[in-house]
Design a protein around this ligand. Structure first.
Ligand code: ADP
Length: 375
């Protein structure tokens, strides 16, 4: 017997961990396929086992007893997703959708078909082809990149040779962007959608550092356009659960789509503490085909600060220090061992005045991450 409120989750990172937080309230039972016994989500999901997400038998074992399978990451091989679907389990999002978050060339091709504005691009195989495409440009590996790994900014022929040696084959124009935005939408299988306010994400060394919700000073027209793109993509690709569309805002006020995530996304973590329904809850509701919740912000501003590993080994030991200084900070630790640059937690501060909220989030973030109130 499969329960309508049981769910297989593939991958044991912080996204699965935060799905469990939402699952507790909804009474959803999660069975987790974890990469190792001590990963972030395995610490909080009792029904977990250690397996390999590239092994179909391990995926079957995770899916047994659940009608729906969802994901912490995008790396499950497409052929395994199709096998699961053929055997009566429902991967959500399905393989036909997920491929666009797995393969950047498939993504770019589809965006062109949908006439969604994106950076100019081409597939390249040699330095000469990169030069013909135009320098400077960005070269990317189509699959498996994350947090800027697999992305090269190429300004010279030798840069191009280095990127090509690293398996980069996708060339994109180097977008001179004002900032990066993210538009999220939750979608149910039958088509109901709920959009979230468009947010600004700020990166450091290719890694998301801060997210401001909503994006400050974003023209209404652009905000609506970004949300419209997210809805259009979710519908065209039949996405279920959460979709994040990462975009560039150019100096001349255009939006260009960079890439998708078809799961809860770092740019939506603010919603746990700053919206009526978090992205994690709406992901579960979407994939389980339950009515979606409103995304209404609970405060004028939310700022999310990513805590990156480095100076502090004992993060739990810092919690009291942070809360003494910034009691309104909502801390989310991921239970991960600290490595330089690794995302080990985040915190969110909400409030009425953006400058204050930003300053408080940075103060709390610096205390947690570095042990000192720089910020
Ligand atoms: P990943 O899959 O590693 O997240 P992305 O394609 O999102 O890779 O690229 C990582 C970062 O590199 C982006 O957030 C952005 O800052 C920068 N970037 C990516 N593509 C371009 C581009 N065409 N022009 C300018 N910057 C880019």
């Amino acid at each position: 017997m499969t329960s309508p409120l049981s769910l297989a989750v593939i991958g044991g990172g912080q996204l699965a961990r935060m799905m469990q937080q939402a699952a507790i309230g909804l009474g959803v039972h999660i069975r987790l396929l974890a990469e190792a016994p001590d990963v972030s989500a395995a610490q909080v999901i009792p029904d977990h086992f250690v397996g390999d997400y590239t092994d179909i038998d391990d995926l079957r074992r995770a899916a047994e007893g659940s009608s729906v399978v969802t994901f912490d990451h995008e790396h499950v091989p497409p052929e395994h997703l199709r096998t699961l679907a053929a055997e009566g389990h429902m991967p959500r999002p399905g393989p036909g959708a997920l491929i666009h978050a797995q393969d950047k060339i498939t993504l770019r091709t589809r965006l062109d078909e949908l006439a969604v504005p994106s950076p100019r691009w081409a597939v390249v195989a040699s330095v000469d082809e990169v030069v013909a495409f135009g320098l400077p440009c960005v070269l990317k590996t189509p699959r498996g990149g994350y947090d800027g790994k697999g992305v090269w900014v190429v300004r010279s022929e030798s840069d191009a040779a280095e990127a090509l040696a690293g398996d980069a084959v996708l060339a994109e124009e180097l977008v001179d962007f004002r900032r990066e935005l993210s538009a999220q939408v939750a979608r149910r299988p039958a088509g109901e959608t709920v959009t979230y306010p468009v947010v600004e994400s700020r990166q450091e060394n290719g890694v998301c550092k801060e997210v401001i919700a909503p994006a400050p000073d974003l023209a209404d027209e652009l905000s609506q356009q970004a949300q419209q793109i997210a809805i259009e993509v979710a519908e065209a690709l039949d996405v279920t659960g959460m979709l994040a569309v990462e975009m560039f805002e150019t100096d001349d006020g255009r939006l260009l789509v960079n890439e998708f995530a078809m799961r809860p996304h770092n740019t939506g973590h603010w919603s746990i503490d700053g919206a009526a329904t978090s992205q994690f809850e709406n992901h579960l509701r979407g994939v389980l085909d339950l009515p979606l919740g409103p995304s209404t912000p609970s405060a004028a501003w939310s700022v999310m600060y990513n805590v990156l590993g480095g100076a502090i080994d004992d993060l739990e030991g810092q919690v009291g220090v942070v809360l003494a200084a910034v009691p309104e900070a909502h801390i989310h630790l991921y239970g991960k061992s600290v490595k330089a640059g690794r995302k080990v937690g985040h915190l969110t501060v909400t409030g009425d005045d953006l400058e204050t909220v930003l300053a408080r989030a940075r103060q709390a973030g610096a205390l947690l991450q570095d042990g000192s109130p720089i910020g």
